[in-house]
Write a protein that binds this ligand. Sequence first.
Ligand SMILES: [Zn+2]
Length: 202
Amino acid sequence: MKCSQCDTPALYHLVEGEHRVALCLACYSKVAAIKQQEFDNNARLMNFALEHMDAAIGFGPATPRFPIGLPSVIVEGMKLNNIHVTNSIVGTINTGSIGSIDQSISALRQFGEQDIAESLKVLSETVLRSQDLTREQVNSIVESLSVISREAASPPEKRQSSVALTLLEKAEKYTSMANDISGICSQHWPVLVSFFQVATGA
Ligand SMILES: [Zn+2]
């Protein structure tokens, strides 16, 4: 059966009153996101009302509140665990690359490579919010970072360090010319460069 909203095969049935609507995974996840938002909005209103009651009473323990999840940034269905960006920034850039950087950072943290993971995180976030870089430069650096982070997270015997070092050199040049981020980036590129230099024995 086809999804009622697009040409993808349906995986879910949504029951709305008397209607059963067939939906694919992507379309269903949009519905689920809307439902979650509605729930969060209602919970906020209830919490606000409870605050009012507590303020009017003025004594006793506070009335319990509904926990409301912080909205997380979803990049094409992927949840980012390390890189903090807003959807407005992400909209215009290569989201697949951001997702893969984020996954490599998670892997590096698991391997105990905290310094590399942190530098990759800071560089990604910094580049994404730069106003002085052009969109093309941001995309180019983000794509480079996705390759660099993947190589960093690869086992040492498979790591293509010279590829990473070439990309690092190019990315470093771009950020050194962007006034709003050159300072912070110049603290983090060397961490990555020395990581790969050690690997090549350069
Ligand atoms: Zn669909």
